[in-house]
Design a protein around this ligand. Structure first.
Ligand code: ST9
Ligand code: ZN
Ligand code: ZN
Length: 336
């Protein structure tokens, strides 16, 4: 089924997940637009996010000046683990089903995901499936046509657009709701999340003599705020500034700087064009894609399997059909 451009009120629909690359006609494009809307600001979130970010800046200062090197190393370790809980877990495994994972890996990724505190996987994946299906419309929770701030954090500070709730029923979550580990995480989130994201990261560094104060601000608050912001860059920067080698008709772009800090998730033009690829990138460069390294390692020990990817032939055809010309091998046929 080709993607459908569909207008209705203030929203436009792209069904990028449904594209059959070989046979289907070019996507029907309706230029994204965001009509004015009345914001219902959630002041509790504004205040908490503000305080969290002040604490994050103070934690960064302690990280750079006062904390023990072992504490700083531990904070970086927690960044990678919690990042993988989002990238390898919530995103590539659960939202996109781009590979399958055995029980031990699903348990590990649920732990890492809880460490990241970006809400329960079932809720994260629901919003993310909406983001792909209704990209850059009001049914996209972080509709980037509303600008950098809204796509980055603003969407977490206001009530959701009615279109999200109206179109929400079109998203199938039965795969996630039938997973007992994910059900357990969601049911006990308000106990598990504070314990895993804040209490343990603050307590563990005291075992090597760090003060509870430094441990709390560096390993819990600064590390959390940092991971939140780099994650949000995928919604903001990676929908605004960069090349579109695979599909010039969509907003997501390729950005190596973002990829470097989000463990390989900044190849966003590729990802929105081929969302089922477990690499979320055409090439498997480990230095910019630690998540691919992690999944490949898990596959090597048998914990991950059925890794989905896209053939070079399909990518080439798509680059030539809808790319913006920035692909490194653009025009290769001409050179033959
Ligand atoms: C956070 C998430 O930061 C970040 C996600 C980033 C995603 C990035 C993706 C990029 C690709 C991956 C890259 C990864 C890179 C990682 C790098 C790592 C190094 N469908 O939400 P409610 C309905 S979280 C269908 O309360 P309000 C539903 O009935 C940060 N239906 O809406 C729901 O009820 P229930 C920490 C939907 O009241 C009801 O509406 N967390 C959908 O408008 C109410 O839902 C926070 O800060 C849907 N999609 O409130 C919390 N959505 O749930 C922030 C809703 O019972 N959130 N419904 O089924 C909130 O406080 C609120 O959600 C709100 C909206 C105020 C924003
Ligand atoms: Zn996106
Ligand atoms: Zn995605």
């Amino acid at each position: 089924m080709p993607p459908q451009g569909q207008t209705g009120g203030s929203w436009v629909l792209y069904e990028t997940d449904a594209v059959n690359e070989d046979t289907d006609a070019p996507p029907v494009i309706v230029p994204p637009s965001a009509e004015k809307r009345e914001w219902k600001i959630v002041w509790r979130n504004v205040i908490l996010m503000g305080l969290l970010h002040i604490g994050g800046v103070y934690g960064a200062y302690l990280f750079l000046t006062k904390a023990m090197w072992t504490t700083c190393f531990f904070a970086v370790f927690l960044y990678i683990c919690s990042g993988l809980g989002i990238t390898a877990g919530a995103h590539r495994l659960w939202a996109h089903k781009s590979y399958k994972a055995r029980m031990p890996l699903r348990l590990l990724l649920t732990l890492f995901n809880t460490l990241a505190f970006q809400d329960a996987v079932i809720d994260w994946a629901r919003d993310h499936r909406m983001h792909h299906k209704y990209s850059e419309t009001d049914a996209d929770p972080h509709n980037a046509t509303r600008g950098f701030f809204f796509a980055h954090v603003g969407w977490l500070l206001v009530r959701k657009h009615p279109q999200i709730k109206a179109k929400g029923h079109t998203i199938d979550l039965t795969d996630l709701k039938s997973d007992p580990i994910l059900r357990f995480q969601k049911k006990h989130y308000l106990i598990l999340m504070p314990l895993v994201c804040f209490v343990l990261p603050s307590y563990i560094p005291t075992l090597w003599g760090e003060s509870l104060w430094n441990a709390y601000f560096v390993c819990s608050i600064f590390r959390y705020v940092y991971v939140l912001n780099v994650t949000w860059l995928v919604n903001s920067a990676a929908h605004l500034w960069g090349d579109k080698p695979y599909d010039k008709n969509i907003n997501p772009v390729e950005t190596k700087p973002v990829s470097a800090v989000v463990l390989g998730e900044g190849f966003h033009n590729y990802h929105h064009t081929f969302p089922w690829d477990y690499k979320t990138a055409e090439l498997g460069d480990y230095s910019l894609n630690i998540t691919k390294l992690f999944i490949d390692t898990m596959a090597a020990i048998g914990w991950a399997y059925d890794l989905k990817t896209v053939s070079t032939d399909v990518i080439q055809k798509r680059v030539k059909r809808t790319g913006d010309g920035s692909h490194a091998v653009w025009g290769w046929d001409d050179k033959e």
